[in-house]
Design a protein around this ligand. Structure first.
Ligand SMILES: Cc1cc2nc3c(=O)[nH]c(=O)nc-3n(C[C@H](O)[C@H](O)[C@H](O)COP(=O)(O)O)c2cc1C
Length: 153
């Protein structure tokens, strides 16, 4: 797949997902979109607001996206797990852009949680029943699994 056919969209609070997204985008030659959620912010206050947002299931408003996902063949969405769920800014992004998404793939970083339910929540937010691939990046390594189907629902 040629480079500008892939858009790698990522949200990162502490930098781990950012590092994973940078590495994957480099391998794929993908364009990059960093999700910005000003209401979450950074630092310790950001962690508290992140936990609150995850537990209350809020959908924080995002800064406008720079790339139109509909212009790509594949959109990879990368996010950390918060309280067992995908980081809420990633869910905001998917809810906003679901209708414009082509095939999708998801990357989750976490500290050891089973990510199965979080992947399902990403797929539900993207309104896809199937997605191209999933990759879980946790401390000590990563595991990947390919799925059939293009997920362009
Ligand atoms: C508010 C908050 C909640 C978290 N909840 C979980 C969790 O339920 N399970 C888990 O495995 N890791 C959890 N983590 C750890 C992050 O998922 C992990 O460190 C991730 O790689 C952070 O990505 P980032 O540095 O890109 O923000 C949590 C982190 C934060 C800040």
């Amino acid at each position: 797949m040629a480079s500008q056919e892939i858009l790698l969209v990522s949200y990162s609070l502490g930098g781990h997902t950012e590092a994973a997204a940078r590495a994957i985008a480099g391998r794929l030659g993908a364009a990059r979109e960093a999700i910005a959620a000003p209401a979450i912010g950074r630092g310790l206050a950001g962690v508290v607001r992140a936990l609150w947002s995850a537990l209350r299931r809020t959908r924080p408003p995002l800064a406008p996206a720079r790339h139109d996902p509909a212009s790509y063949s594949l959109v990879v969405v990368a996010a950390p797990i918060w309280a067992g769920r995908p980081a809420t800014p990633a869910l905001s992004y998917l809810a906003t852009h679901a209708a414009a998404l082509p095939a999708v793939a998801f990357v989750l970083t976490h500290g050891g949680s089973d990510p199965t339910r979080a992947f399902e929540m990403l797929a539900a937010a993207a309104k896809v029943e199937d997605f191209v691939a999933e990759l879980t990046a946790a401390a000590g390594g990563a595991r990947g699994a390919n799925r059939e189907g293009s997920g362009s629902g």
